[in-house]
Design a protein around this ligand. Structure first.
Ligand SMILES: NC(=O)C1=CN([C@@H]2O[C@H](COP(=O)(O)OP(=O)(O)OC[C@H]3O[C@@H](n4cnc5c(N)ncnc54)[C@H](O)[C@@H]3O)[C@@H](O)[C@H]2O)[C@@H](O)CC1
Ligand SMILES: Nc1ncnc2c1ncn2[C@@H]1O[C@H](COP(=O)(O)OP(=O)(O)O)[C@@H](O)[C@H]1O
Ligand SMILES: [K+]
Length: 511
């Protein structure tokens, strides 16, 4: 299981650990890991040009100490200090001892002619030395921007877990320069400008190729939009003793393998679970077919279908048990999936919600389900909105959900007293309590009509097989994401291709 902890927990565990260790130990561990990752990315350290973006906190300290290590190995290292008087004193001294230079990088300091030598200053001077840049001049790039432009590697130590709100204007300029530059960018702990706890991004942020994070992943590194800014994430162990329950967790192959329902010698189709699919309409029969396709690959022993698309379902999947009597009279099931392509059939949704078995509500069903009825259910409920559907349920704009996925999914889980799977580039699964699961196996090729129907069938099938809602949702998202990757393999796919590839995803996970 990959886990992520919020800032408050990180700070508390760091304090405990620091109390037992000589001062500066943790920062040295962080800087050592950062320097190794930098060297790996550079390939050749000697002769490389490294620029450090240094803010006023310990995040900048990490960058300075790592820069010192790289300077000792022959890199030309320049630190751009956003606030020279507040930059980490020990880190500054270490960098200068190692032969690195520092440049004051205020907003708008122009590099008149911005020459190579603009950054040079004697090692050992003080950060507030008047010899510090900025070089004047009304227009053109600042000295800092020129240095970033010419760098091989930029280390972003502007701000880490101490960041509040969007980047301030002078820091934002550096972030933009780094994005324009061809230099590789490594974010120290997390990309400056992203929210460590939520994954929100307010305005400009560093766009990194690699993020070297310390002690634990932070939730923001795993949730879009921030995840997209982090690039590849590398975790450096600094010895933190973290509590049992994380804020966020992501299943890995081994976790999914343990959760997959596998028939034993005593199994029969009923013991494996029957999933009922109440989906599709005269207008949208395809949704029924796709939900059944997903359900057939989810581990239930049988798939029962009720609704107006029985003929279409049977034509494609003769193994389906089709009934036209409605959910209440269709025969026993261990879970229901209701909603895909359901149109305005509120009666079916209401009937399904009355059943005392786990229910998955998707698509039209989300709009039609009465909130108080869902809240009052005693059996499990799993809701699977995409951002647009979640926004409608919450009464906010879609962009608001996409920008703050974690709070949106938590809020829905609380309002409906249900488990909620929020679909999208990073799928989140939240129950009313406990760690939120994040899934990142997906691919944007999955953004294709009907792939959500496949997911709901798959998750419903896992519910029928006996998985709790959080596991059913996160295992389904994991398999569905992998299946999407396999089916797409770099080219567009249809939802049916995704359903077919689920079997390969199972095999892969179980290997
Ligand atoms: N505490 C520890 O034991 C360790 C901390 N480490 C590093 O320390 C970092 C946390 O250090 P700090 O607590 O000093 O905090 P940060 O360095 O993350 O940020 C605090 C500073 O950034 C400024 N700042 C805040 N928001 C800003 C914004 N939006 N734009 C521009 N500047 C902003 C603040 O004025 C403050 O001076 C971690 O992210 C990690 O990199 C590591 O060295 C590992 C050990
Ligand atoms: N950008 C993306 N990256 C990864 N997965 C995505 C992306 N966009 C959508 N998906 C996934 O594709 C599926 C689409 O589901 P949904 O929006 O319900 O479509 P439909 O209603 O057409 O079936 C979901 O599993 C969702 O998580
Ligand atoms: K940073």
């Amino acid at each position: 299981m990959r886990t992520a902890y919020g800032v408050e927990t990180v700070r508390a565990t760091e304090r405990q650990l620091m109390a037992r260790l000589p001062e500066g130990t943790l920062m040295q561990r962080a800087a050592a890991g950062l320097a190794v990752a930098s060297a790996d990315l550079l390939g050749r350290v000697y002769g490389s040009r490294v620029v450090l973006l240094v803010g006023s906190g310990d995040n900048g300290g990490d960058a300075l100490y790592a820069g010192a290590r790289l300077a000792r190995r022959g890199a030309g290292v320049t630190a751009l200090l956003l606030a020279p008087e507040r930059a980490h004193a020990g880190g500054l001294a270490a960098l200068r001892r190692a032969g690195g230079t520092t440049v004051h990088s205020p907003a708008g300091g122009r590099a008149a002619g911005a020459t190579e030598g603009a950054a040079d200053r004697p090692a050992g001077g003080s950060a507030s030395d008047p010899a510090e840049r900025p070089a004047g001049g009304p227009a053109g790039p600042t000295a800092a921007e020129v240095l970033i432009e010419r760098a091989d590697l930029v280390l972003d130590g502007i701000v880490g877990i101490g960041g509040k709100g969007g980047l301030r204007p002078d820091a934002a300029r550096l972030a933009e320069a780094a994005e324009r530059s061809r230099a590789a960018v490594i974010a120290v702990d997390l990309p400056s400008g992203v929210d460590a706890d939520t994954g929100q991004v307010h305005g400009a942020a560093i766009r990194a190729d690699l993020t070297v994070t310390f002690g634990t992943h932070k939730p923001g590194l795993l949730i879009d939009p921030a995840r997209d800014f982090a690039g590849t994430v590398r975790l450096v162990d600094i010895g933190l003793d973290l509590p049992e329950e994380p804020a966020l967790e992501a299943l890995q192959h081994a976790d999914v393998a343990r959760l997959l329902p596998v028939p034993g010698p005593e199994s029969d189709k009923y013991r494996r679970g029957v999933v009922g699919i109440a989906a599709g309409s005269a207008r949208y029969p395809g949704a029924a077919v796709l939900a059944v396709a997903g359900a057939l690959h989810g581990g239930a022993g049988a798939v029962r279908y009720v609704g107006p698309a029985g003929d279409a379902v049977l034509a494609r999947f003769p193994e389906t048990l089709v009934s036209d009597l409605g959910p209440a009279k269709a025969g026993r099931v261990q879970s229901w999936v209701v909603g895909p392509g359901a149109g305005d059939d509120a009666a079916t949704v209401a009937q399904v919600l009355e059943a005392d078995v786990p229910v998955l509500i998707d698509a039209d069903g989300l709009r039609l389900a009465d909130r108080d009825t869902v809240r009052a259910r005693t059996a499990l409920t799993l809701m699977t909105p995409h951002a647009g559907e979640a926004a409608a349920l919450l009464g906010v704009a879609r962009a608001e959900v996409e920008g703050a996925r974690l709070s949106a999914v938590r809020e829905l889980a609380a309002r409906y007293r249900a488990t909620v799977l929020l679909k999208g580039s990073t799928t989140l699964v939240a129950a009313e309590e406990g760690a939120v699961r994040v899934n990142a196996t997906g691919t944007s090729w999955l953004a294709t009509a009907g792939s959500g129907d496949v997911l709901s069938g798959l998750a419903g099938s896992l519910l029928a097989a006996g998985l709790p809602a959080r596991d059913a949702g996160s295992v389904a998202a994991y398999l569905h994401g992998l299946a999407g990757r396999y089916a797409a393999d770099g080219a567009p796919v249809g939802a049916q291709d995704v359903a077919k590839a689920i079997a390969r995803a199972w095999r892969d996970v179980r290997d």
